[in-house]
Write a protein of this length. Structure first.
Ligand code: ADP
Length: 644
C-alpha cells in the first residue's frame, strides 16, 4: 500500500457526459489539473475537449470502457493523478475500485470501501438501518429466496408489494405485484433484469406504498467525525420509478419533520462510518411518516438543487474532505435560501413507454445560463446520443426567491430549449411545470401517471393550418432553387413563380407517417401569423412547435422516394435497439390485443412488445439472444379475419 497524497494537483474523472464536465469546472476553479477518460464512442465528446488532458480507454460498451477497473487505474497512473472522482453510476459505488486506488496510493473521491459495501446491498443496508433505529418500509429482506418465502411475506405485509433487486439501482430489477397471481411472474422478470444488470439475482420485497413522496437527505461527513445534513430534495416526479424533476427544499415540509429526517439520515451515515457526500433516500407518506429506502454513497444527479439553495459547491467539498480537511460549518450554519428546481432532459419517447432513444441530435439549442439559471450538459448540436450510455441530454436548473419564481424561470428556460432529430421529453417537462397541481405542490410519485391525460395527450390530427405553416416555414427559412449556377434567375426558382400568373409553390411534405402536397401563394409566405412556430431548419427538415409539441416536417424529394424497408401493418418492429430476451409466442398461435409477444432488453431494462390487435402469429423473425436494431421486424402478425 502506497501512502496517500495530501494534496490534489491532478484529478482523473472516471466518468463521461455532463457530470464529467461539471467536475472539470470545479477542478479548474480550484487550480487542479483535470484528466478525462473516454471510450471509442466518446472520442469527440465534450468532456474530452474540456479536460486538460484526455486518455482513451478503447471499447464503447460500459463493460469494455468506463467499467474496466484495470484500464481506469492504468489511466490514473499514466497521468500521475493524485485523486479519482468517479461521478455517479459506473464505478462510483464499486468497493473493489476504491480499494484498488488506495493500494496504488491514489485518493478515491468517495466514502471508505467498507461504507460502500455496507450500503451496496439493499437487503443488508436495511438490516443495518433497522439496528440503527432508522424506520423501514414493512417487508422481507432475508437470505431465503424461494417463491414460497416471498409469497408468505407478501401475504403478511399485504398487496400490492414491490419486488426489488438487492443490488438494484436505476429502477432496474423492480416490479410491482398487485395480487398473489402476479407475484411469481413479477419475481421472475425482476430477477432476470437484476441478473442482467448487476449479475446478482438476490431479491427483497416491500409493501408498495400508494402515492408516497420521495424525499431524500443530502448528508456530508468529514474524516474527523463531523456529519451534517444539507437539507432535503423532493424527487417525487418520476417515470418508471426514476426521477425526472427534483426540487429543494421539499414543498410543505415543516421544520420539525425536516429536522427529524435530517437527523435520521445522519444516524444512517454514522452507523457505517461514512465520509464524503452521500444521500439517504426516504419515502414519505401522507401522514408525515418516513421510511428508509436506500443510501447512495456518491454524488447524486440532482445535487445542483442543493447547491442552488445552499450556495455550496459539493464537488469542491468532496475534494477537500478527501484531502482530510474538516467541514467548515456547523449544522445551524448550513444556509437555505429560496427554492430550486431541476429537470432532466432525456432522449426518450414519453408516448412510447419512455423508451430510451438514440440517434443524432440534428437540432439542439439550450437556454442561456445566468442569474438563477444553470445548465449542466455535455452535448452539442450534431452529437450522437449513443445507445451505450444513459440517454440524458442535459439538466436545467432554476433558482428563485420562492418556488413559484423558480417554476416560472424554469418554464422560460425550457421555452428557449429545442431538440430535433431524436425523441425527447421536452414537451412533457413543460407540461409538468405548467400543470396547476404541480404549481400547487400537490406532488407524489404517482403524479405523472395520475395526470397522464394532461401530460401525455394523444397527438392531435395534423390540420390544414399546420401543413400550411410547415410549407411557409420552408419558404421563409431558405430559398428553393433548382439551378445552382444562376440562383437569382426567376427561371431557376422551383417556388412556382410563373410569368403573369400568381406566384405559388407546391411542396411535398412529410411528417411522421403522414404526407401532404401543400400549395402556398408566395405573396403570403412571409406575411400573417402562423399556427406552428418555426424552431429551426436543418437541410430538408423544419422543426416546428405546434400545440405544445415538437414536430419535424421533411421536404420529400419525390425523385428519391420509394426506398427503405418499413415495417408493414402486419409486422411488429423493435421499438428500440436491444437484445431479445424471450419469445412469448410461437408460429400459428392466436393472440389477443395487448398480449405479450417478445421481451426485449435495452439499457438493462426489459420491455415487452405487445400485440397491437388480435391475430395469428405468422412468423417469428428473431431469435432469443439476438441483438436487433430499432425498426427491425420481430414478428409477422396476421389480423384475425384474414387468418386461415
Ligand atoms: P433504484 O435504486 O432502482 O432507483 P429505489 O429503491 O431508489 O430504486 O426506488 C426508486 C423509486 O421507486 C422510489 O423513488 C419510489 O418512487 C419507488 N418506490 C421504491 N420503493 C417503494 C415502495 N416500497 N412503495 C412505493 N414506491 C416505492
Amino acid at each position: 500500500m502506497k501512502p496517500l497524497p495530501q494534496t490534489v494537483a491532478t484529478l482523473l474523472i472516471a466518468n463521461r457526459g455532463e457530470i464529467a464536465c461539471r467536475i472539470i469546472r470545479t477542478a479548474r476553479a480550484m487550480g487542479i489539473r483535470s484528466v478525462a477518460i473516454y471510450s471509442d464512442a466518446d472520442a469527440d465528446a465534450r468532456h474530452v475537449h474540456e479536460a486538460d488532458l484526455a486518455i482513451p480507454l478503447g471499447g464503447s460498451k460500459p463493460a469494455d470502457s468506463y467499467l474496466q477497473i484495470d484500464k481506469v487505474v492504468a489511466a490514473a497512473l499514466t497521468c500521475g493523478a493524485d485523486a479519482v472522482h468517479p461521478g455517479y453510476g459506473f464505478l462510483s459505488e464499486n468497493a473493489a475500485f476504491a480499494r484498488r486506488l488506495a493500494l496504488e496510493g491514489i485518493l478515491f473521491i468517495g466514502p471508505p470501501a467498507e461504507a460502500i459495501e455496507a450500503m451496496g446491498s439493499k437487503s443488508a443496508a436495511k438490516a443495518l438501518m433497522e439496528r440503527a433505529g432508522v424506520p423501514l418500509v414493512p417487508g422481507y429482506h432475508g437470505q431465503a429466496q424461494d417463491l414460497s418465502t416471498f409469497a408468505d411475506a407478501a401475504q403478511r405485509i399485504g398487496y400490492p408489494v414491490l419486488l426489488k433487486a438487492a443490488a438494484g439501482g436505476g429502477g432496474k430489477g423492480m416490479k410491482v405485484a398487485e395480487c398473489a397471481a402476479e407475484l411469481a411472474p413479477a419475481l421472475d422478470s425482476a430477477r432476470r433484469e437484476a441478473v442482467a444488470a448487476f449479475g446478482d439475482g438476490h431479491m427483497l420485497v416491500e409493501k408498495y406504498l400508494v402515492a408516497p413522496r420521495h424525499v431524500e437527505i443530502q448528508v456530508f461527513a468529514d474524516a474527523h467525525g463531523h456529519c451534517l445534513y444539507l437539507h432535503e430534495r423532493d424527487c417525487s416526479i418520476q417515470r418508471r420509478h426514476q426521477k425526472v424533476l427534483e426540487e429543494a427544499p421539499a414543498p410543505g415540509l415543516d421544520a420539525s419533520l425536516r429536522q427529524a429526517m435530517g437527523e435520521a439520515a445522519v444516524r444512517a451515515a454514522q452507523a457505517i462510518g461514512y465520509v464524503g457526500a452521500g444521500t439517504v433516500e426516504f419515502l414519505l407518506d401522507g401522514e408525515g411518516r418516513f421510511y428508509f429506502m436506500e443510501m447512495n454513497t456518491r454524488l447524486q444527479v440532482e445535487h445542483p438543487v442543493t447547491e442552488a439553495i445552499t450556495g455550496l459547491d459539493l464537488v469542491a467539498w468532496q475534494i477537500r474532505v478527501a484531502r482530510g480537511e474538516a467541514l467548515p460549518l456547523t449544522q445551524a450554519q448550513v444556509p437555505l435560501f429560496g427554492h430550486a428546481i431541476e429537470v432532466r432532459l432525456y432522449a426518450e419517447d414519453p408516448a412510447g413507454g419512455f423508451l430510451p432513444a438514440s440517434g443524432q441530435l440534428a437540432l439542439y439549442r439550450e437556454p442561456a445560463a445566468g442569474p438563477g439559471r444553470r445548465v449542466d450538459s455535455a452535448v452539442r448540436e450534431g452529437d450522437v446520443i449513443s445507445p451505450f450510455y444513459d440517454p440524458m441530454i442535459a439538466k436545467l436548473i432554476a433558482w428563485g426567491e420562492n418556488r413559484e419564481e423558480a417554476r416560472l424561470r424554469l418554464l422560460a428556460m425550457l421555452a428557449e430549449t429545442a431538440v430535433g432529430g431524436i425523441k425527447s421529453n421536452l414537451a412533457l417537462l413543460q407540461r409538468i411545470l405548467a400543470t396547476p397541481a404541480f404549481a400547487a405542490s400537490r406532488i407524489d410519485t404517482g403524479f405523472i401517471e395520475r395526470h397522464a391525460d394532461a401530460l401525455l395527450p394523444a397527438p392531435p390530427a395534423l390540420t390544414e393550418a399546420f401543413w400550411h405553416s410547415a410549407a411557409r416555414a420552408f419558404l421563409r427559412s431558405a430559398p428553393l432553387v433548382a439551378c445552382e449556377q444562376d440562383p437569382h434567375s426567376p427561371w431557376s426558382a422551383v417556388t412556382g413563380w410563373r410569368q403573369l400568373m400568381p406566384a405559388q409553390a407546391t411542396l411535398d411534405l412529410r411528417c411522421g407517417a403522414q404526407s401532404r402536397l401543400c400549395t402556398v401563394a408566395l405573396s403570403n409566405a412571409c406575411a400573417g401569423p402562423d399556427e406552428a412556430r418555426l424552431i429551426g431548419r436543418r437541410g430538408d427538415v423544419v422543426y416546428l412547435q405546434w400545440q405544445g409539441d415538437p414536430y419535424e416536417v421533411a421536404l420529400v424529394d419525390s425523385l428519391a422516394a420509394g426506398t427503405g424497408a418499413h415495417a408493414s401493418d402486419d409486422s411488429l418492429a423493435a421499438p428500440m435497439n436491444g437484445s431479445i430476451v424471450r419469445l412469448l409466442v410461437s408460429p400459428g398461435q392466436q393472440v389477443a390485443l395487448g398480449d405479450g409477444l417478445v421481451v426485449l432488453e435495452a439499457m438493462k431494462m426489459e420491455h415487452t412488445v405487445r400485440a397491437n390487435r388480435a391475430g395469428v402469429v405468422q412468423a417469428l423473425c428473431c431469435e432469443e439472444g439476438e441483438m436487433v436494431s430499432e425498426g427491425r421486424v420481430l414478428i409477422e402478425l396476421q389480423e384475425a379475419e384474414h387468418a386461415a
